[in-house]
Design a protein around this ligand. Structure first.
Ligand SMILES: [Fe+2]
Length: 216
């Protein structure tokens, strides 16, 4: 499956990938996670060189929120490769003040840059929009999934986010070759069609800056 996914990504014009396996603090300690991730990465590197793929990789994690994450001293270990960016997955529930304060602590106490994973998936849980609005005011990067561009409701959300000037990144969030497939080419086409190429260029530029650990 990894071989097929790598080939598909390359075919879609992707030449840089950040691998972001899920990290759940309640289920696993960081050292075990990092060791397993490293083993999988080494096998992936072998495959990539066998296939002669000219691609660059970084190791990251999709870190699921847990109470106290803002003060967790292991958090820097989960940043993306050699960057100061962390991919944070928020709770699929109503966001609360406790959650907000944790996010602020990650930013201001730990001084880690946050990329909020698939932001489009959380809006529906925010019956009370107060914390949502406060989070949206923070200087964080908002990642959207290519898949969200294929469904009108989430596409409407994505468009508004981009047009309102948020710092948006596009990612596939691909997991496999069946239900969550590499679909960067289709996602990019859709974004270009429904908005315009300028926005895509802006997102690409932003992606390059994150990759090189520059502030955006
Ligand atoms: Fe996720």
């Amino acid at each position: 499956m990894t071989r097929d996914m790598l080939l598909a990504e390359r075919e879609h014009g992707v030449d840089k990938i950040v691998f972001t396996p899920h990290f759940y603090a309640q289920q696993e300690n960081v050292q075990t996670f990092i060791r397993k991730r490293q083993e999988a990465y080494e096998r992936t590197l072998e495959l990539s060189s066998e296939l002669g793929l000219d691609m660059d990789f970084k190791l990251g994690a999709e870190v699921y929120y847990f109470p106290g994450i803002g003060r967790a001293d292991m958090l820097p270990l989960l940043r993306m490769g050699d960057t100061n960016y962390l991919l944070l997955e928020m709770p699929f529930a109503q966001w609360t003040e406790e959650i907000y304060l944790d996010v602020v602590d990650i930013l201001h106490k730990q001084k880690i840059d946050i990329i909020l994973a698939h932001i489009e998936r959380f809006y529906q849980f925010q019956k009370d929009k107060y914390i949502w609005k406060e989070i949206m005011k923070l200087p964080i990067v908002m990642q959207i999934n290519t898949g969200s561009l294929f469904e009108w409701r989430t596409r409407r959300f994505d468009k508004k986010l981009i047009l309102d000037g948020y710092k948006v990144l596009l990612g596939t969030d691909c997991h496999n070759m069946t239900s969550r497939v590499p679909n960067m080419r289709e996602g990019r086409k859709m974004l270009e069609k429904k908005l315009c190429a300028d926005f895509l260029n802006e997102i690409d530029y932003r992606g390059e800056r994150v990759w090189s650990n520059e502030k955006i």
